[in-house]
Design a protein around this ligand. Structure first.
Ligand code: AHM
Ligand code: MG
Length: 335
């Protein structure tokens, strides 16, 4: 018998009943993200051909160089989401302030989106995988009024959905609404995402550690000790472990989710609070990894329980297979 192939669109509709306040808006919002993702995917695929590689000439709010594709991805997501009525505001890693959608079409919308439109963009011009990370919350302010900062500064445990697109050897969209994690691979010939990774689970243990070891001298002692532990010979538990670091969070996260591993971006003298952003990167990835049975902390505290204080807040990030994260935490707590 021929296997039935479920498209992302079908899957979203079939699972709509799982949303506690389902009226179809969240389904429509996920469909809008899927659409914007397809557009970004198309731009990235032809990036080597078009004259769009290179720097845009601006710095983003963190003072980092913005690549042209960052700008394009940011604009595509904003315009696609603005063209539809499901959200009342959006915050992006690429913009200093959040955007308010306050016209008649969006006034009564219940959701806000936080997004890293193109994560790992320093990898683009060497053809390495990049991604988009998104996070969705219900607004806490009253519908009918403009969104406020409080709508965006909610702890990650209030997320109603989160996910990422990885623009890799194939393009995959992975998301959760709090009922497990599912992955969909894009078929460019048909123009649709198909369910390819149902009910994804992070192996409890893993053999891969992912960290920018070049920053070793800047790391806290707990991380230094943990790295040494990963490198020690112990045949009883399969050490030394394997080191893999792409420098694209989405790609490193995706590989570790599939194979078992830990991703660490700790504090360091160059990044005193860590590099990754709580709202656009850590919270959505933490929601996904927990839904897949893994763990995400800042070395001490569950990421999803941190109360955000500002839009572009950075935190140290330890994320991946449950037992590996717990081991790393042991070293952190020992110091
Ligand atoms: P970006 O959002 O500006 O691309 O920065 C986030 C990226 C992550 O994808 C990646 O894991 C990390 O920065 C790499 O940083 P480093 O080059 O310091 O190792
Ligand atoms: Mg990023």
């Amino acid at each position: 018998m021929r296997r039935r192939h479920t498209t992302l669109g079908e899957f979203i509709i079939e699972n709509q009943k799982d949303f506690p306040y389902a009226k179809g808006e969240l389904s429509a919002l996920l469909s809008s993200i899927r659409l914007a993702g397809k557009m970004v995917n198309q731009e990235i695929n032809k990036a080597g051909l078009a004259e769009i590689l290179g720097k845009a000439g601006n710095d983003n709010v963190q003072g980092e160089e913005q690549m042209k594709l960052d700008v394009m991805a940011n604009e595509l997501f904003i315009s696609t989401l603005r063209n539809r009525g499901e959200i009342c505001g959006l915050a992006s890693e690429e913009m200093e302030d959040f955007v308010i959608f306050n016209d008649e079409m969006h006034q009564d919308a219940k959701y806000v989106v936080l997004i890293d439109p193109l994560d790992g963009s320093s990898n683009i011009d060497v053809n390495v995988s990049v991604g988009t990370i998104f996070s969705i919350y219900r607004r806490v302010s009253k519908p009918g009024s403009p969104v406020t900062l409080e709508d965006f500064l909610q702890p990650g445990n209030r997320q109603v959905a989160a996910g990422y697109l990885i623009y890799g050897t194939s393009t995959i969209l992975v998301y959760t609404t709090g009922n497990g994690v599912n992955g969909f691979t894009f078929d460019p010939g048909i123009g649709s995402f198909f369910l390819s990774h149902p009910n994804m689970k992070a192996p409890e243990e893993g053999k891969i550690y992912s960290i920018n070891e070049g920053n070793y001298v800047h790391f806290p002692n707990g991380v230094k000790q943990y790295i040494k532990w990963c490198q020690e010979l112990d045949e009883s538990d399969g050490r030394p472990l394997t080191s893999r670091y792409i420098g694209s969070l989405v790609a490193d996260f995706h590989r570790n989710l599939m194979k078992g591993g830990i991703y660490i971006y700790p504090t360091g003298t160059k990044a005193p609070k860590g590099k990754l952003r709580l709202l656009y990167e850590c919270n959505p990835m933490a929601f996904l990894i927990e839904q897949a049975g893994g763990k995400a902390t800042d070395g001490f505290t569950r990421i999803l329980d941190l109360q955000p204080e500002e839009l572009h807040q950075r935190v140290p990030f330890f994320c991946g297979s449950k037992k590996m994260v717990e081991k790393a935490e042991e070293f952190m707590q020992g110091h």
